[in-house]
Design a protein around this ligand. Structure first.
Ligand SMILES: Cc1ncc(COP(=O)(O)O)c(C=O)c1O
Length: 430
């Protein structure tokens, strides 16, 4: 099947100031206009972040610190998705299946302009990415797509999220692949310690290093550049789980040197729920079989298109993803990372003054990120989570009774939100 004219141009072009952002003729919000960051005027001051906060529909009295599970899409993204759904349902009878008609679904087509746009997040070309449903798809496409033989080995960490690991466990049970699990100290002392753990687990049979860019439950930022270089020198596939990093820290897959990188833009990139990206280094693409096969399963002219053959899919989500990518790029990855890290530093500094608080995530500056995991003496993770929500409408996520909570700072959070959380923690500690 060939690609047809699409709606991308209607929603991904820079959006005019104070517009209702309605390619589909929907009215804007009654009180505040729906704006993109460039319309607000991107600046490095608190006024900008305050104005930006109005583009999120999280109620103003709530502080949402759980982006590590799921982000909240800005209003522009919400409008693009709902507008597209309405547009398709309204105009479905008009669809004549002729080549110049726009598509109303995805799952068969190259979607090249959308891939090119999403690829800007990773600093690669659209030809080297597949649009998937989430990170789990990406991990499985690599784990299932590689020609691994019985006895071939894969190195994983004991803290890998199931969506970054279980595909290899499946291959172990089904095909006799050996999964070697690294035990990561909580917290690790240094990047070198993590690198040494990978090297120690490696044998002549090692084919894959499964590397979390930022781990889910302990928020460790791995030294991915060094790990990918070491893997490359040994002919080992470096497969980086970017579910917690894309939209949070700057990602450049070419500078990183990874063989594969997969992510869930519905977390830190604030895209619609059910969107994913998988990058594979061009030199490695031929080594992967597709897991899901449909019409273009063996297309040799577009090797990543083979990994987008999932059957009828929701085009409206891809349209929303395009707006989320624009929203992110207009602010800029570096600025977002700086803002998020500054909020997290404020939190970690404040935690040092909360009696009985212990930070479980790393404190080594090269291993930290915008997510902090901490406990409070004598309190379970569930108790901390519930207290913060019930007393102050502050949403963090419990990481289990013995560990504590995970607290992820992102662009809709403010220094005042962090202070509010710290005040509540001090109260609870008393
Ligand atoms: C590190 C990591 N990998 C993979 C996943 C799976 O993501 P998804 O459910 O979007 O596929 C998650 C989800 O939290 C994660 O944190």
């Amino acid at each position: 099947m060939t690609s047809r004219r699409s709606f991308l141009g209607l929603v991904s072009a820079p959006l005019a100031a104070s517009v209702t952002l309605s390619p589909f003729g929907l009215p804007g919000a009654p009180d505040d206009p729906v704006l993109m960051p460039a319309d607000i005027g991107v600046r490095d001051d608190e006024t900008f972040w305050k104005s930006l906060r109005k583009q999120f529909t999280i109620p103003a009295n709530q502080a949402f610190f759980n982006t590590a599970t799921l982000g909240s899409s800005p209003r522009a993204v919400q409008e693009a998705v709902t507008g597209s759904i309405q547009h398709i349902s309204r105009n479905i009878a008009d669809w004549d299946y002729k080549p110049d008609h726009e598509n109303f679904f995805t799952g068969y087509y190259p979607e090249m302009p959308r891939r090119d746009q999403a690829a800007t997040l990773l600093h690669c070309t659209g030809r080297d990415i597949a649009l998937t449903q989430n990170a789990t798809f990406g991990m499985n496409f690599v784990a299932n797509g590689l020609d691994l033989k019985p006895g071939d080995e894969v190195v994983v960490t004991d803290q890998a999220h199931p969506g970054g690991r279980k595909g290899y466990d499946l291959r172990a049970k089904r095909d006799g692949v050996v999964v070697r699990e690294i035990k990561v100290p909580a917290p690790p002392e240094s990047p070198d310690q993590l690198i040494q753990l990978y090297l120690d687990a490696t044998t002549p049979r090692t084919r894959v290093w499964a590397i979390p860019h930022i781990s889910s439950s302990r928020a460790i930022r791995y030294p991915v550049d060094q790990l990918c270089t070491l893997a490359r020198a040994r002919g080992i596939w470096s497969v980086v789980d970017g579910a917690q990093s894309l939209g949070h820290v700057t990602v450049d897959v070419q500078a990183m040197g990874c063989d594969a990188f997969f992510a869930s833009p519905h977390k830190w990139t604030l895209g619609p729920v059910g969107t994913g990206l998988l990058y594979v280094r061009p030199e490695r693409q031929q080594e992967l079989w597709t897991t899901l096969a449909s019409s273009a399963w063996d297309d040799q002219t577009d090797l990543m298109l083979r990994l987008m053959q999932y059957g009828t899919g929701n085009l409206s989500l891809l349209i929303g993803l395009g707006v989320a990518v624009d929203f992110h790029n207009q602010i800029g990855s570096a600025r977002i990372q700086q803002r998020d890290f500054a909020l997290a530093d404020q939190l970690r500094t404040g935690l040092a003054t909360v009696p009985g608080a212990t930070i479980v995530s790393p404190t080594h500056p090269e291993l930290t990120c915008a997510t902090t995991v901490y406990g409070l003496h004598g309190k379970t993770g569930g108790q901390i989570q519930d207290y913060l929500w019930e007393r102050g409408q502050v949403r963090v996520r419990s990481m289990g009774d013995t560990v504590g909570v995970r607290h992820a700072c992102h662009i809709y959070n403010s220094p005042a939100d962090v202070d509010r959380a710290l005040t509540l923690l001090r109260e609870l500690a008393d």
